[in-house]
Design a protein around this ligand. Sequence first.
Ligand code: 5GP
Ligand code: MG
Ligand code: MG
Length: 188
Amino acid sequence: MAMHSHIERILWSEDQISRRVSELAALISADFPSSSSSPPVLIGVATGAFLFLADLARKIDLPITVDFIRADSYGSGTLSNGAPTISLDLKVDIMGRHVILVEDIVDTGHTLSKVIAHLKSKGASSISVCTFLDKPARRKVTFEPVGEGKTYRGFECPDYFVVGYGLDYAELYRNLPYIGVLKPEHYN
Ligand code: 5GP
Ligand code: MG
Ligand code: MG
């Protein structure tokens, strides 16, 4: 696909993303035995994780349950305010279930910490984290998987504000099939 005219640079192409998502799905498929009585619950953090979750779910070779949760941090533009609240809760009961939390990107870590605490309070027996991007340079709070949960990450992201593959700027660019950086004139 041709590069969108607002994009200055592509960090990960559609092909690179596809290969990495296949690797993550293979790791997850190996870590969660399909003989287990209740299948793992993939929980996407809306809206950013929607494409990653869709691709990952199709490549995981296990029975799974899928649900979404939404956390809003009432920040604007490229910064979050550090106090996310859960604004859309789960449909599925996760009591005693193995949960795999699927995120687009971990930046300060506030969102993930909040969501993990929330899922823990609902009685998940383990919580793994599968984030497509990880931006460790900006971490303010660390997150830990729960119980026997593991951490999976697609790519380590340099300290740029990125868009595409689910990630937005002002609710645009989520549908780009690659991860890129906007030209400076398109941020305001
Ligand atoms: P946190 O700072 O709480 O770890 O991240 C909160 C949310 O901010 C992420 O889930 C994501 O939606 C958004 N975010 C963080 N870094 C970026 C980025 O580089 N690009 C975009 N589009 N969103 C980001
Ligand atoms: Mg997110
Ligand atoms: Mg956003």
